[in-house]
Design a protein around this ligand. Structure first.
Ligand SMILES: [Zn+2]
Length: 345
């Protein structure tokens, strides 16, 4: 387990005033973070198996089958419908067989659909009486309104679904704990979140090649998610004016945001969410494994936090990196002091 310094571990001969104390407490945690590889957090401190994203639960824990006749009454079911004729049987035959059988599979708790989901198949899935976890790799769905029938649904992964008109029906899934939306343009309107107050994990991924198309409407829809512990907003476009909406997420433990904010905006967010693990709260990232430095050829490039900051090499640019770290610390300390000294209303 990680050994996080106790918040009251402050070594000082004189007794600092309360404001000074707050600043020092925060810096103690930050100094600890400087020497701890970021990934370690996720290996050792996962609040639970971070469902669809981190523990790779999008890879089924059971073998994938093509036809209901292959199903052996297990709780976990992974299906893939051949898109080409297989053994002389056409796609429609496989699809029809699943549409008929799925509503009767009362044993199934977790279902992975590994091919593009049609509207008919979706209707059948929504009649599965005890379904708790549903993974949809991709779909041609226009409407997901039938999903309101899945009263026991706690985990949902919805991948590439460009045609879905809106996600309003999710509003009624009161049991939902973990929601992962990936390449779903309708996810940019977040109003469906207002009623999902029991949500613990929310992950919204846009498109890495074109994040501007995924402009999130308003993060204030997240304000009521008091139980939210894990939030990922990746490959999306996000107005910096929206960040204060996250200040109220006091239960949050893990936060992933695009590196599109100024150092001051990041420092303000860190001030309001001091217990949250967020990569942006570290002045530099871990070395980027998939890219090497053009000068020294080592895998020692790091990403600096802050909008528009370049990648720098730990080996070739140590002074610039040290300067950046110092700059972020200075901004953070100033914000801590300014807010701590601000008279209360
Ligand atoms: Zn280098």
């Amino acid at each position: 387990m990680l050994n996080i310094p106790a918040k009251n571990q402050i070594t000082s001969n004189k007794s600092p005033d309360n404001n000074e104390l707050k600043v020092h407490k925060r810096l103690n945690l930050r100094q600890f973070e400087e020497i701890t590889p970021f990934n370690t957090y996720f290996q050792e401190e996962k609040p639970w198996p971070g469902y669809w994203g981190f523990s790779s639960n999008h890879i089924p824990s059971t073998s994938t089958i093509n036809h209901p006749l292959q199903y052996n009454q297990t709780e976990n079911l992974s299906i893939s419908i051949p898109t080409h004729s297989k053994s002389g049987i056409e796609y429609s035959s496989f699809s029809d067989a699943w549409c008929k059988q799925l509503p009767h599979l009362s044993t199934v708790r977790t279902l992975w659909v590994q091919t593009s989901l049609s509207q008919d198949l979706f209707f059948s899935i929504c009649k599965m009486p005890h379904l708790e976890k549903l993974y949809i790799q991709s779909s041609s769905l226009r409407s997901i309104s039938a999903i309101v029938s899945l009263k026991h649904l706690t985990h949902l992964f919805l991948g590439h679904s460009p045609n879905i008109e809106n996600l309003d029906s999710l509003y009624f899934l009161n049991s939902l704990r973990w929601l992962h939306l990936q390449s779903v343009p309708a996810a940019t309107n977040l109003s469906f979140l207002e009623h999902l107050s029991r949500l613990k994990g929310l992950e919204i991924f846009g498109c890495p090649q074109n994040s501007d198309q995924y402009q999130l409407s308003s993060l204030f829809s997240l304000s009521n998610l008091f139980h939210l512990e894990w939030l990922t907003l990746e490959d999306v476009s996000l107005s910096r004016k929206e960040l204060p909406a996250l200040y109220s997420l006091k239960g949050l433990k893990y936060l992933y945001l695009p590196n599109k904010f100024s150092l001051k905006e990041v420092a303000l967010l860190e001030y309001h969410l001091p217990k949250v693990r967020c990569e942006l709260f570290r002045p530099i990232s871990n070395p980027i494994s998939e890219q090497s430095c053009t000068q020294c050829k080592r895998h020692s490039l790091v990403r600096l936090n802050g909008r528009g900051m370049p990648l720098l090499c730990l080996n070739c640019h140590p002074e610039l990196i040290a300067k950046h770290k110092k700059l972020y610390e200075t901004i953070l300390t100033k914000i801590n002091r300014l807010i701590a000294n601000k008279p209360k209303d």
